[in-house]
Design a protein around this ligand. Structure first.
Ligand code: SAH
Ligand code: SF4
Length: 397
C-alpha cells in the first residue's frame, strides 16, 4: 500500500529523475530463504551453502561473491550471474564519537544518495551492548516538517526494499573492518517517511529477519500516516512503532508537521494505541525539543498526560540545528527540567554524530551548495561536480 501524503502544505515534492535501466538480477538482500535454496540447487550446491553465504555476506562483511572463499570458485561465479550482491555503493564514510558513530553515504544506481548511521553502544550496567543501524527509506521526504533537513529536499524517490536492507549490510561490513560486532538492531529513522510505502517497509523488515535481525529489534518511526499505521498493524510484523509527535496541541503540530492537518494528534494517538494493543509492543513518542517553540512547562505537562494515556514512552530529542533555520535546542538545563516535568516516561536522547552531520534530520544536508563550494576551494573538482550533479561521491576508503 502506498499512501498519498500530498497535502496543500507539501509543495516540495518533485518528480524523481529518470532512472537507469534496472539490473535484472534479483537482489541477494531480499531473497527469501526458499528462493536462495532454489538458486543454490540450480547451481548444484548443497543447502548448507546458504548459511555460509549469509554469514559471509552480513557479519563477515564480504564485499562480493568472490570474497567468500568458503564457496567453491565455480559456485561464486554462478551466483554472480544469477544474483545481485549489493544494490548500493559506498561513496563516503565519516566517524564521530571516537568511532562509535559511523555515517555512511551510499549511492544507488540512478545516482541518488542516501545516508545511513551506524551507532555502537557499549555494554553498561543494566544495558547490553548493541549495534544499531539507522536506515533511510526514501531519498528526501514529502512531509516537509519544519525542523527537518530531509524535509527540505522534498521527495525524490522511494527506496526499494533491497536498498533499505543493503544499508544494514554496509554497516555490517564497515563494523567488520573496524573489528566491531554486526548489527543487532535497526531503526527506520533516517531520511524519509517509512510508512508512505508500507509494503516496501514491511518487505525490508521481513528480509532483515532472514539476515538475523528479528522484528522485535526493529523500530519504525512515522510522522503519523494513520491508515498506514493500521495497515502496519494488520501485517502483524511485531516491530515497535515510534510516533513523531513534537507538539501537544494541533495548531502547533500543524506548523511543525504539516501532515497533522490531515491526521491530527488525537487520530495519530488513537492509531498508535490500536497498534500497541494489536502488536503488544509499547508505543514510543518522539518529541524534538525546540527552544521557545514546544519546550514550555505546559507542553511538558500535556505530554506527560498524553504519554500516560497512550501507555507510551517518550524520547525527548534536543533539536539539531539545520541550515537556514533559526530554531535550536533548549539549554541542557531546560531540557532536563522539561524531562523532569514529563516524568519517568521520558528519556533524553542526545543525537549521535552531531559533529559529522549524522544526526536525525541532518542527513545529506551537507551535500548542498556549501559542500560543493568547499570541495571546489579544496581543489577536489570531482567531488564538487558529483555533489552538484548528485552522483555518488568518489569513493573514500
Ligand atoms: N519520517 C519519520 C522517520 C524519519 S525522521 C518520522 O518523522 O518519524 C526520524 C526522527 O528524527 C523523527 O522523530 C524526527 O522528528 C527527528 N528529527 C528530524 N529532524 C530533526 C532535527 N533537526 N533534530 C532532531 N531530530 C530531528
Ligand atoms: Fe520527513 Fe520525518 Fe523529516 Fe518529517 S521528520 S520531513 S516525516 S523525515
Amino acid at each position: 500500500m502506498t499512501v498519498s501524503t500530498a497535502t496543500p502544505t507539501s509543495p516540495r515534492s518533485r518528480p524523481a529523475p529518470a532512472a537507469r535501466a534496472p539490473d535484472p538480477r534479483p537482489a541477494l538482500a531480499t531473497l527469501a530463504p526458499a528462493d536462495l535454496a532454489g538458486c543454490l540447487a540450480e547451481c548444484g550446491a548443497a543447502p548448507y551453502r546458504a548459511t555460509q553465504l549469509r554469514r559471509a555476506a552480513f557479519a563477515g562483511g564480504a564485499e562480493g561473491f568472490d570474497a567468500v572463499p568458503l564457496l567453491p570458485r565455480e559456485l561464486r561465479r554462478a551466483l554472480g550471474t544469477r544474483l545481485r550482491y549489493q544494490t548500493l555503493t559506498l561513496a563516503a564514510e565519516r566517524e564521530a564519537d571516537r568511532g562509535l558513530t559511523r555515517k555512511l553515504l551510499l549511492g544507488a544506481d540512478d545516482g541518488e544518495m542516501v545516508e545511513t548511521v551506524a551507532m555502537a553502544y557499549r555494554a553498561a550496567p543494566g544495558h547490553r551492548a548493541r549495534q544499531t543501524v539507522c536506515v533511510s527509506t526514501q531519498v528526501g521526504c514529502a512531509i516537509g516538517c519544519a525542523f527537518c533537513a530531509t524535509g527540505q529536499l522534498g521527495l525524490r524517490r522511494q527506496l526499494h526494499p533491497a536498498e533499505i536492507v543493503d544499508q544494514v549490510r554496509w554497516a555490517a561490513r564497515q563494523w567488520r573492518l573496524a573489528g566491531d560486532a554486526p548489527p543487532s538492531h535497526v531503526v527506520f529513522m533516517g531520511m524519509g517517511e517509512p510508512l508512505q510505502d508500507v509494503d516496501a517497509t514491511a518487505a525490508a523488515v521481513r528480509a532483515l529477519g532472514w539476515w538475523g535481525i528479528a522484528p522485535r529489534r526493529v523500530v519504525v518511526s512515522t510522522s503519523g500516516i494513520v491508515p498506514a499505521i493500521d495497515r502496519l498493524g494488520e501485517l502483524g510484523l511485531g516491530v515497535t512503532l515510534a510516533l513523531s509527535l513534537h507538539a501537544t496541541l494541533d495548531p502547533l503540530r500543524d506548523r511543525l508537521v504539516p501532515l497533522n492537518r490531515r491526521w491530527p494528534i488525537a487520530a495519530c494517538l488513537e492509531a498508535g494505541r490500536r497498534y500497541a494493543r494489536g502488536s503488544g509492543r509499547r508505543l514510543t513518542l518522539e518529541y524534538v525539543l525546540i527552544a521557545g517553540v514546544n519546550d514550555g512547562d505546559d507542553d511538558a505537562r500535556r505530554l506527560r498526560r498524553i504519554a500516560a494515556g497512550a501507555g507510551a514512552h517518550c524520547n525527548l530529542i534536543p533539536m539539531n540545528g539545520i541550515p537556514g533555520s533559526p530554531w535550536h535546542a533548549p539549554t541542557p538545563a531546560r531540557v532536563r527540567a522539561f524531562a523532569a516535568r514529563v516524568g519517568p516516561r521520558a528519556t533524553i536522547r542526545f543525537s549521535r554524530g552531531d559533529r559529522v552531520q549524522a544526526a536525525c534530520g541532518q542527513l545529506r544536508a551537507e551535500l548542498t551548495a556549501p559542500a560543493a563550494r568547499a570541495a571546489r576551494i579544496l581543489g577536489r573538482q570531482d567531488e564538487a561536480r558529483a555533489i552538484a550533479e548528485r552522483r555518488p561521491l568518489p569513493v573514500l576508503r
